[in-house]
Write a protein that binds this ligand. Structure first.
Ligand code: NAD
Length: 478
């Protein structure tokens, strides 16, 4: 028998092993050794979880509770996240290598903020009432939809999972969450804490396991699932959309990105490069929003590149549990092979490495490449590692053309001190999210999502409410 800690499914309010007792290992990317044994979900486990969620939705109190009643439970859940911050953060760090200081101070804090925001948003939301017609009184109700399937990636496990379950629950749905196979631990713990906070049994279920051919595919194919929210790779999104077509289920897809950071000649260069480096290398570049293509006005190109190289070289790689570590290992052996393969291919295609690229264990040093063309794979495909390409431009028009020369459309960053230019360029970028002189900043009321290969739909504030509810018009002749 193994002495590794075990991670169970959470179905109908209790921790359960897989119906067939199967397990898989979660590997700590720091030690490259298994650190936990995880229940391996199959169709039988998915069926049990969806049945529990269906019963809880149809017969339980949650879907009929008032938003204020639901909000109280979600605020208690958020309190428990904060009081268990160290423990939850360590689970994500062990699973996927993100520095503990960041999983604790950023991700758990944001997880709690997600729960509090949607609890309050659901409570404060107003429905339309149109009493104006002579005889008819018309009004709208936003009703819970039903059973939500939530499929999450591994790059910010707890944060991404709360981003999905918070609105799903706040607007009265029940949920089956399938976390990524690389990052199972915090999801099961989240479900336990939700139960402790008073969430009725069956309202929030977790099934562990793999995607294609496993629990993920079984979950999105299940006919009793009413709504699918997915974050992950574009190819997976396509497959999930095909599943969602059966039974005409709504789907929200938050997919990959290939964001541009554009530095104009009038930018505050020191501040700009600090943000550019953060946008390229934070979380070892495993960020959908990352600024992976740096575009710099020719007149400041040499200065910006020199500053970026120096910023990359001063980043501290290390054990993600050490407080000074800025960059941990990549999340898994397979992902390390993918990132280093992309780097080698870029050099093979003629890119010049200005710094970085060194490998140690599953770490990859922050890497800056120039001598690239937009047609090269390194400029077109999502690497999802600490790698940034640099190109120069001469005019605003050329900057916009280069930035938009991608199938993706998730994020773009603009660095300028010219207010008019900031507005003009932001308006012309084909991306769901544009940051000017900053990165990361999120107001949870604003829409979040991507266009093109970066996804379908927007979540955040009223956009989440529209996605996670069914609007009903009621017309009364009175
Ligand atoms: P992935 O698509 O490989 O896996 C994501 C999840 O989908 C996992 O839980 C996986 O088990 C599951 N899955 C895989 N195949 C499935 C299938 N056929 N049916 C059902 N479920 C399936 O993505 P990943 O490698 O875990 O995450 C990284 C990707 O996520 C990157 O492309 C990144 O850009 C993207 N991402 C996007 C956002 C955003 O907000 N747009 C945020 C974070 C990550």
């Amino acid at each position: 028998m193994s002495e590794l800690p075990t991670i169970a499914h959470h179905i109908d309010g209790v921790a359960v092993a897989s119906a067939d007792q199967a397990t898989f290992d979660s590997v700590d990317p720091t030690t490259r050794r298994p650190w936990a044994r995880v229940a391996l979900g199959s169709t039988a486990d998915v069926n049990a979880a969806v049945s529990a969620a269906r019963r809880a939705f149809d017969d339980g109190p949650w879907s009929r509770a008032t938003p204020a009643e639901r909000g109280e439970v979600l605020h208690s859940f958020a309190d428990l996240l904060i009081s268990h911050a160290e423990e939850l953060a360590l689970l994500d760090t062990l699973d996927m290598g993100r520095p503990l200081a960041q999983t604790r101070d950023r991700d758990v804090a944001r997880g709690a903020a997600n729960l509090r925001f949607f609890a309050d948003d659901a409570r404060l939301a107003m429905d339309e009432s149109m009493p104006g017609h002579a005889r008819h009184h018309v009004y709208t109700r936003y009703e819970p939809t039903g059973v939500v399937a939530a499929i999450a990636p591994w790059n910010f496990p707890l944060m991404q999972e709360t981003w999905k379950i918070a609105p799903a629950l706040a607007y009265g749905n029940t949920v089956v969450l399938k976390p990524a196979e690389q990052s199972p631990a915090s999801a099961t713990r989240l479900a336990e804490l939700a139960a402790e906070a008073g969430l009725p049994r069956g309202v929030f279920n977790v099934v562990q396991g793999f995607g294609a051919g496993g629990a993920g595919e079984a979950l999105v194919a299940h006919p009793q699932v009413d709504l699918i929210t997915f974050t992950g790779e574009t190819r997976t999104g396509e497959s999930i959309m095909r599943s969602a077509a059966r039974g005409v289920r709504a789907v929200s897809l938050e997919l990959g990105g290939k964001g541009a950071s554009i530095v104009f000649e009038d930018a505050a260069l020191e501040q700009a490069v600090a943000v550019v480096a953060d946008a390229a290398f934070s979380n070892a570049g495993q960020v959908c929003l990352a600024g992976t293509r740096l575009l710099v006005h020719r007149s400041v190109y040499a200065e910006v590149v020199a500053r970026l190289v120096s910023a990359a070289e001063t980043m501290r790689l290390g054990d993600p549990r050490d407080s000074g570590t800025q960059i941990g290992p990549l999340s898994s052996e397979g992902h390390h092979a993918k990132v280093t393969g992309c780097l080698d291919a870029a050099i093979g295609e003629g890119a010049t490495k200005l710094t970085g690229g060194e490998r140690h264990g599953w770490w990859v040093a922050p890497t800056v490449l120039d001598g690239v063309k937009s047609s090269m794979r390194i400029c077109r495909e999502e690497v999802f590692g600490p790698v940034v390409t640099v190109q120069s431009f001469d005019t605003d028009q050329e900057a916009v053309r280069l930035a938009n020369d991608t199938d993706y459309g998730l994020s773009a960053m603009v660095f300028t001190t010219d207010l008019g230019r900031a507005h003009r360029i932001s308006g012309r970028l084909r991306a769901g999210n544009v940051w000017v002189n900053c990165f990361w900043v999120r107001d949870l009321r604003s829409p979040f999502g991507g266009r093109g290969h970066s996804g379908i739909g927007r979540e955040g504030g009223r956009h989440s409410r529209e996605f996670f509810t069914e609007a009903k018009s009621i017309v009364m002749d009175i």
